[in-house]
Design a protein around this ligand. Structure first.
Ligand SMILES: Cc1cc2nc3c(=O)[nH]c(=O)nc-3n(C[C@H](O)[C@H](O)[C@H](O)COP(=O)(O)OP(=O)(O)OC[C@H]3O[C@@H](n4cnc5c(N)ncnc54)[C@H](O)[C@@H]3O)c2cc1C
Length: 358
C-alpha cells in the first residue's frame, strides 16, 4: 500500500500515476473535498515555462507538465484554453525582457519578441513599449481538473479518504504506519504532498528537516463593466529582485479578469484574510499596464497562500521532490508553489518513477 498525504493537484497526480501503474494507493486529506488549500487558491494559469532557472525541476517539470496537462484536459473535457500571453515591458526594462527570453529559450519554451502593433491588435488598452508573446501559455478551470484527476484515480482503483487528518506517522518493520483519528494504515511508501504542511508531515515521519514559509498572494478583479479592458493574459516583466511574476491580469473562461497575486510572507498557514491590502494598493500596478483603468473599476478578489521553501530574504528554491535521505519509505513532494499546477502531471510521473526505482 502507498499512502499519499494531500489531495491537492500534486498528491492526486502522484496517486493517479501510481494507481495507473498498478500500485495500491490511498490518498488522505483532512478537508472534505479535493484541493481545498493551494490547489483552489491560484490563478489557474498553464505556464509555458518562461521564468525558471535552466536545469531546475521547476523548468523541466513545467515544460513537460504543460503538454501533459493540455492533452489531459482535452481527453478529460476539462475546460481550458491555450490562449497565449503577453509579457510587456516599458522603456528601460529591455534587459529584464531579454532575461525572460533567455530563460525561456534555455527551458525549451517558445517566445517571440513582438512590436507595439502586435500588442495593440490583441490588447488595445495595454501600455507596452516592448513585449514577448508566449503562444503556449493557457488557463484551465482548476475545480474541473481536480475532479477529473480524482475520477481517473478512482477508475484505477485508487482510494481517497476525505475528512482524514494524519495525526502521526510511526515506524514499522517494512514501512510506516499512518495514524488518523479512525484508522492505522500500514504503508510501504508514504508520499508527502501536504502542501503548506509538508514540513510538519516530514517531521512526523522522521524525515529530513525543512521549513515551509507561507507567502500570501492577494487578488483584485476588474468590475464587470470594465472587463473588456483586458482580453487575455498580460504580465509585466518580473522585477529581478522580486518574489513573483509581478501583478498581472488573468482572463478566465467566463470573462472575469483577476489582478494579482501580490506577495506577502507571513507566519500563519491558515490566514487568508487578516490585514488584506486595500483596493488602493492595486491602483498603481494596474495603471502601469492599463492606463485607462480607474480605482472605481477595481474590486477586491480572493487570496491564496504559497508554500515556499525559502524565506523573504532569498529569491528562489526549487521543488523538493525525491526519496527522503533519512527515511527511505518517505517520498517528499514539497515546496510545490507555482508552477505546481502546470507541472502536476509531470510531478506525478516523476514520483511514480521514483517508487518503481527507475
Ligand atoms: C496565489 C497562488 C497562485 C498560483 N498560481 C498558479 C498558476 O497560475 N499556475 C500554476 O501552475 N501554479 C500556480 N500556483 C501554484 C499551485 O497552486 C500549487 O503549486 C499547487 O496547487 C500545489 O498543490 P499541492 O497538492 O502541492 O498542495 P495543496 O493543494 O495545498 O494540497 C495539500 C493538501 O495536503 C493536505 N494536508 C496537509 N497536511 C495534512 C495532514 N496532516 N493530514 C491530511 N491532509 C493534510 C491539505 O489539506 C491540502 O489539501 C499558485 C499558487 C498560489 C498560492
Amino acid at each position: 500500500m502507498i499512502v499519499v498525504i494531500g489531495a491537492g493537484v500534486a498528491g492526486l497526480a502522484c496517486a493517479r500515476a501510481l494507481a495507473r501503474r498498478g500500485d495500491v494507493v490511498c490518498v488522505l486529506d483532512r478537508h472534505d473535498r479535493p484541493g481545498a488549500e493551494m490547489s483552489t487558491h491560484n490563478s489557474g494559469v498553464i505556464h509555458a515555462g518562461l521564468y525558471y532557472p535552466a536545469g531546475s525541476l521547476k523548468a523541466r517539470l513545467c515544460v513537460d507538465g504543460r503538454e501533459r496537462l493540455y492533452a489531459f484536459c482535452k481527453t478529460a473535457r476539462v475546460p481550458h484554453v491555450r490562449c497565449g500571453k503577453l509579457v510587456v515591458a516599458q522603456t528601460g526594462e529591455e534587459a529584464a525582457l531579454d532575461r525572460v527570453a533567455t530563460l525561456a529559450a534555455a527551458a525549451g519554451a517558445r517566445v517571440t519578441p513582438v512590436d507595439r502593433a502586435f500588442v495593440a491588435a490583441r490588447e488595445p488598452n495595454v501600455r507596452a513599449d516592448h513585449a514577448l508573446w508566449s503562444p503556449d501559455t493557457g488557463w484551465l478551470e482548476v475545480e474541473a481538473y481536480l475532479g477529473a484527476l480524482e475520477a481517473d484515480l478512482v477508475n484505477a482503483d485508487g482510494i481517497v479518504l476525505y475528512g482524514t487528518p494524519v495525526e502521526a506517522i510511526e515506524p514499522a518493520p517494512d514501512g510506516l504506519v499512518v495514524v488518523t483519528p479512525r484508522e492505522r494504515i500500514e504503508a510501504e511508501v508514504v508520499v508527502n504532498a501536504a502542501g503548506l504542511w509538508a514540513d510538519e508531515v516530514s517531521a512526523m515521519a522522521g524525515g529530513e528537516p525543512f521549513t515551509i514559509y507561507p507567502c500570501r498572494g492577494e487578488y483584485a478583479e476588474l468590475a464587470t463593466s470594465a472587463r473588456d479592458l483586458v482580453r487575455g493574459l498580460v504580465y509585466p516583466v518580473p522585477h529581478p529582485q522580486g518574489h513573483s511574476l509581478g501583478v498581472h491580469f488573468t482572463k478566465t473562461l467566463d470573462g472575469a479578469v483577476w489582478i494579482g497575486p501580490t506577495v506577502h510572507f507571513q507566519d500563519d498557514k491558515n490566514d487568508y484574510e487578516r490585514d488584506r491590502l486595500p483596493i488602493e494598493a492595486f491602483v498603481e500596478p494596474v495603471q502601469a499596464l492599463l492606463p485607462a483603468a480607474r480605482k472605481s473599476d477595481l474590486r477586491l478578489g480572493g487570496s491564496g497562500i504559497r508554500a515556499k521553501l525559502h524565506p523573504a530574504s532569498e529569491r528562489f528554491a526549487d521543488f523538493r521532490i525525491g526519496r527522503d535521505a533519512r527515511n527511505p519509505h518517505l517520498i517528499q513532494v514539497a515546496g510545490i508553489e507555482s508552477p505546481g499546477l502546470t507541472a502536476s502531471l509531470a510531478i506525478g510521473e516523476m514520483v511514480a518513477g521514483i517508487v518503481a526505482g527507475e
